[in-house]
Design a protein around this ligand. Structure first.
Ligand code: ADP
Length: 326
């Protein structure tokens, strides 16, 4: 094993429920195995600005149920330059940090990959994002909680949609990935999901209307992934209003409430397993890998694969939604 004595841990990019459970798991399992642990505040920025403190087991007490991240998170332009990363490296060395666990989305893991290669520095990543858009893991930390939040919101909106016989476009997060929109639609019994992966293939709105959406029911709910590819819920609603003036159309944008809240049991367990696995991975001399979960087994996914943006939505899910919405 590389001579690792002290592990630094940080959260970076967009926050996600379950990040705290992951911080707790990394900290406790590292201390359990005899490592020193240092918490780095505000992502990569905190390495450069020196916001680093030693973590003991009690630093992570009573946080497993909390949303957000106790380490805070930030975006850091300086880390995207070689000079910034050199400063970061010098500071890690000064603090005696020999390895890092980075919890974040594809941007954060891209930064981790570049840094790890540049300085031959051991880094293990944990997929922390509600979007579920990292390849090599069935689920990312925070995705299940966000999905449940979306489902609960739609259940409430449906009461109004049904009472007023309206067509609702509900915008959910997912810039490049339709997992939240598609599975949210299935879970809430919505009529359709408009997602970035399909927009390039067909005019989803036209298809929706033609496929009997008009004749169907007295209320309808369509989930729309917030993305330049779909155009977002507002733009779609405008189109419907113009092209099909008979509809009573409303828009609801769920926004940041999707990112918050206490993590579900699934996300807490996922984060705990992944956090413990990150320490195992470092002890096994793994580096430049993200921890994933595949068929309920922990797997190591090389960064370059995880961030390649090739996680496809399942045709089976699309088909199921389609069949159940008649
Ligand atoms: P997320 O991890 O949620 O996808 P971002 O894309 O905002 O979030 O990335 C978070 C941070 O990761 C950035 O602010 C930056 O510090 C770092 N990062 C992202 N891309 C790169 C890159 N190409 N090179 C170096 N660092 C990067």
């Amino acid at each position: 094993m590389a001579d690792i004595k002290c592990i630094g841990i940080l959260t970076s990019g967009g926050d996600a429920p379950g990040m705290n459970a992951a911080i707790r798991a990394v900290t406790r399992s590292a201390i359990f195995s005899g490592f020193k642990v240092k918490g780095i505040y505000r992502g990569y920025r905190g390495i450069i600005t020196d916001e680093i403190v030693e973590f003991k087991t009690q630093n992570v007490s009573n946080i497993i149920q909390m949303g957000g991240t106790i380490l805070k998170t930030a975006r850091c332009k300086e880390f995207m330059t070689p000079e910034g990363r050199q400063l970061a490296y010098d500071n890690l060395k000064r603090h005696g940090i020999d390895a890092l666990v980075v919890i974040g989305g594809d941007g954060s893991l891209t930064g981790a990959r570049i840094f790890a290669n540049e300085f031959d520095f051991p880094i293990v990543g944990l997929p922390g994002t509600i979007d579920n858009d990292l390849f090599g893991t069935d689920s990312t930390i925070g995705y299940d909680t966000a999905l449940n939040t979306i489902m609960e919101c739609i259940d409430k909106i449906r009461d109004t949609a049904t009472s007023h016989e309206r067509l609702f476009f509900i915008e959910v997060m997912g810039r490049d990935a339709g997992f939240l929109a598609l599975n949210g639609a299935i879970a809430a019994g919505a009529e359709a999901a408009i997602i970035p992966e399909i927009s390039t293939e067909v005019d989803q709105l036209a298809e929706l209307i033609q496929n009997g959406f008009r004749k169907s029911k007295n209320s309808s709910i369509v989930l729309v992934a917030e993305s330049p590819v779909t155009g977002g819920a507002m733009a779609l609603a405008e189109r419907v209003k113009n092209e099909y003036p008979g509809y009573d159309v409303r828009v609801s944008i769920l926004g940041h409430l999707q990112r918050g809240g206490s993590p579900t049991a699934f996300d807490r367990i996922l984060a705990s397993r992944m956090g413990a696995a990150a320490v195992d991975a470092l002890m096994e001399d793994q580096r430049n890998v993200m921890i994933g979960l595949s068929n309920d087994e922990i797997v190591y996914v090389p960064f370059f694969k995880a961030i390649r943006n090739e996680k496809h939505v399942s045709r089976e899910l699309l088909n199921t939604l389609h069949r159940l919405s008649i």
